[in-house]
Design a protein around this ligand. Structure first.
Ligand code: CTP
Ligand code: CA
Length: 225
């Protein structure tokens, strides 16, 4: 008979994972968003739970079923995601920011439906909070993992994000590459670690990528001690 040893690499650790897009309201019927489906973040949450972690999955609007045994907090806007993450941050050991957070939101919310008019329409946008950057500034013992979805200059931009956000690792992918875009079941990623170590992976399922991320998190936790 097979004997399965329980994976306890992250037992006793609290891990916050964000997933999915955010939704920024324009009026009661319209919003701004992006192509994130949440698949990558949900897969990371499942792998973290398998490794024994206490997982808080903070999720934007997605059509995925909540994973078994994982505490899911549903949010809509970047501001709501920010508040949910901050409220859990102090006693967290690890944060993995796989959500595709909107960079801008409409400056004004119209509480009545905007009626169409002849000619052009302008919607003024303002910046949302950069959640990861804020976490980086407030970092005490937490391990911070960010993502970078790029269409070009991937390594240059990923390294910039590593320093500007004070992250310990950035998981970068080129969303223009076949097999690495939004909504696919696969991804092609490179890890950029703060210590300069880079790890490139071939095309893998999002579940396999999630498992590589959790392996790396365990390594980084060990090295941190
Ligand atoms: N991020 C965040 N809050 C934001 C925007 C991004 O926490 N308001 C996080 C994402 O969850 C991701 C990382 O920052 O882990 C990088 O996101 P990305 O959109 O690639 O980078 P930006 O810093 O927003 O820069 P740009 O979109 O201009 O490339
Ligand atoms: Ca962005």
């Amino acid at each position: 008979a097979f004997f399965h040893q329980k994976d306890e690499r992250l037992s006793g650790k609290k891990i916050i994972i964000t997933a999915g897009p955010t939704r920024e309201k324009i009026d009661p019927v319209r919003y701004l968003t992006n192509h994130s489906t949440g698949k990558m973040g949900y897969a990371v949450a499942e792998e973290a739970a398998k490794a024994g972690a206490e997982v808080i999955l903070i999720s934007g609007p997605v059509s995925l079923a909540p994973p078994q045994g994982i505490h899911v907090v549903k949010v809509e806007s970047a501001q709501e995601m920010y508040e949910a993450v901050i409220s859990q941050y102090n006693d967290a050991d690890i944060v993995i920011k796989s959500a595709a957070v909107a960079d801008y939101r409409p400056k004004n919310y119209a509480d009545h439906k905007i009626k169409k008019q002849p000619g052009e329409q302008v919607i003024e946008l303002e910046r949302t909070k950069d959640i990861l950057m804020e976490l980086g500034q407030r970092k005490d013992k937490q391990l911070l993992i960010g993502f970078a979805a790029e269409t070009d200059h991937v390594s240059e931009y990923a390294r910039k994000k590593l320093t500007s956000k004070n992250a310990d690792m950035i998981v970068a992918n080129n969303v223009k590459t076949e097999g690495a875009g939004f909504g696919t079941d696969t991804n092609i990623v490179t890890f950029y670690r703060k210590d300069g170590v880079t790890k490139e992976f071939p095309i893998l399922s999002k579940k396999e990528v999630a498992s590589k991320i959790i392996d790396e998190v365990c390594l980084l936790m060990k090295e941190q001690r």
